[in-house]
Write a protein that binds this ligand. Structure first.
Ligand code: FMN
Length: 360
């Protein structure tokens, strides 16, 4: 297993989710403003992990090892970026059964993100609209938090991006700075160039700037591998808001650059499935059930172009084990959860990992 040296193995939890505790907690959290609920949830998870009480609500950890990008994952279900933005709750998410945790997005300097309110639940639609704007404590603090993590036995992805104030033509410097800082602690590094909440960021995903950026990253990856004797895969995270021509162009860039992996996808700026919700008029990216088909279509298009040459992490709208299985069938090697975890709780992790393990 690809682990950095400070981490010691956690004993897998064996209890199942306690539905009474979970439902009381969920009702309370959903009565709060979403961002307050998020902060409280993470603080509660950290406390429960620290006091070793998390196993009371933790689902059974599914053991289904798989090697992807040269990394051995304990199972195929991971936590998507944006949940643990500060990289300080990793062990708790591992305890809940995630085979891998992607922290961040982290940028070179700390940034506050967009003005509040910037996070909205569409409960009936099982969706979220977020306009967070990559609020984060900065890469140095993130790495410090990772280094302080103990009792995590999964795979760690570090998701990085540029600061909002950095112009796109200088973006590479920000990605390179974060990559150097994260190199020693990350099992893989994810490049976020598809967040719809940072002005113009998605312009970097056009073929020419993407090729330039990737050339820089791959060259630095070679240097760092040479210096440290350790290879850390680079994974690009794409938007679901691209047409077929753009997908094919980008897929060619990724194959030409020998990209290590792809995450498909980030949130969408479309509002299909939440048209009648008051929050639909808000700026931001839509995630959850309404994103599912769109993210899968994008995944299938990349999978078709890659023909197995680049592994894909499928994310977007997974609400059940069956949804996770369909992502694998569409061409993903691994999956990630975010909104489904908010709506369905930790049981979803186990459901997905089990459904994938048992798929025919
Ligand atoms: C509140 C919120 C914050 C997010 N922040 C990030 C982020 O910082 N970086 C990133 O790459 N993706 C971020 N995402 C996108 C998720 O990682 C994921 O790609 C997206 O939500 C689709 O998955 P889902 O439908 O399971 O939620 C965020 C999503 C949400 C809902």
């Amino acid at each position: 297993m690809a682990l950095w040296p400070r981490v010691t193995a956690a004993a897998p939890s064996t209890l199942t989710v306690n539905p009474i505790i979970y439902n009381i907690g969920k009702r309370f959290l959903f009565s709060l403003d979403p961002e307050t609920a998020h902060g409280l949830t993470l603080a509660g998870l950290r406390m429960a992990e620290k006091t070793r009480t998390l196993s009371i609500i933790a689902p059974r950890t599914i053991d289904d090892p798989v090697t992807v990008m040269g990394i051995k994952f304990p199972n195929r279900v991971g936590l998507a970026a944006g949940m643990d933005k500060e990289a300080n709750t990793i062990a708790a998410f591992g305890r809940l059964g995630f085979g891998f945790v992607e922290v961040g997005t982290l940028t070179p300097r700390p940034q506050p993100g967009n003005p509040k309110p910037r996070l909205f639940r569409c409960i009936k639609e099982r969706a979220i609209i977020n306009h967070m704007g990559i609020n984060n404590p900065g890469i140095d603090k993130g790495v410090e938090n990772i280094e302080a993590t103990t009792r995590f036995n999964g795979v760690l992805g570090v998701n990085i991006s540029k600061n909002k104030v950095t112009p796109n033509d200088e973006a590479r410097m920000d990605y390179l700075a974060c990559m150097r800082a994260a190199w020693g602690v990350a099992d893989y590094i994810a490049i976020n160039f598809s967040c719809p909440n940072v002005p113009n960021l998605c312009n970097l995903a056009k073929a020419a700037p993407a090729a330039d950026l990737l050339a820089c990253l791959k060259s630095e990856q070679a240097n760092l591998t040479n210096d440290t004797g350790r290879y850390v895969p680079i994974v690009m995270k794409v938007s679901p808001d691209m047409d077929e021509a753009q997908i094919n162009e980008l897929a060619q860039v990724f194959m030409d650059s020998q990209l290590d992996g792809l995450i498909c996808s980030n949130t969408t700026t479309t509002r299909k499935g939440v048209e009648n919700h008051p929050a639909a008029a808000r700026s931001g990216g839509l995630s959850g059930a309404p994103l599912y088909d769109r993210a899968n279509e994008t995944l299938e298009a990349f999978a078709k172009a890659f023909k197995g040459s680049i592994p894909i992490i499928g994310v977007g709208g997974i609400m059940s084990g069956e949804d996770a299985v369909k992502k694998i069938r569409a061409g993903a090697s691994l999956v990630q959860l975010y909104s489904g975890f908010i709506y369905n709780g930790p049981k979803l992790i186990c459901d997905c990992a089990k459904a994938i393990r048992d798929m025919k």
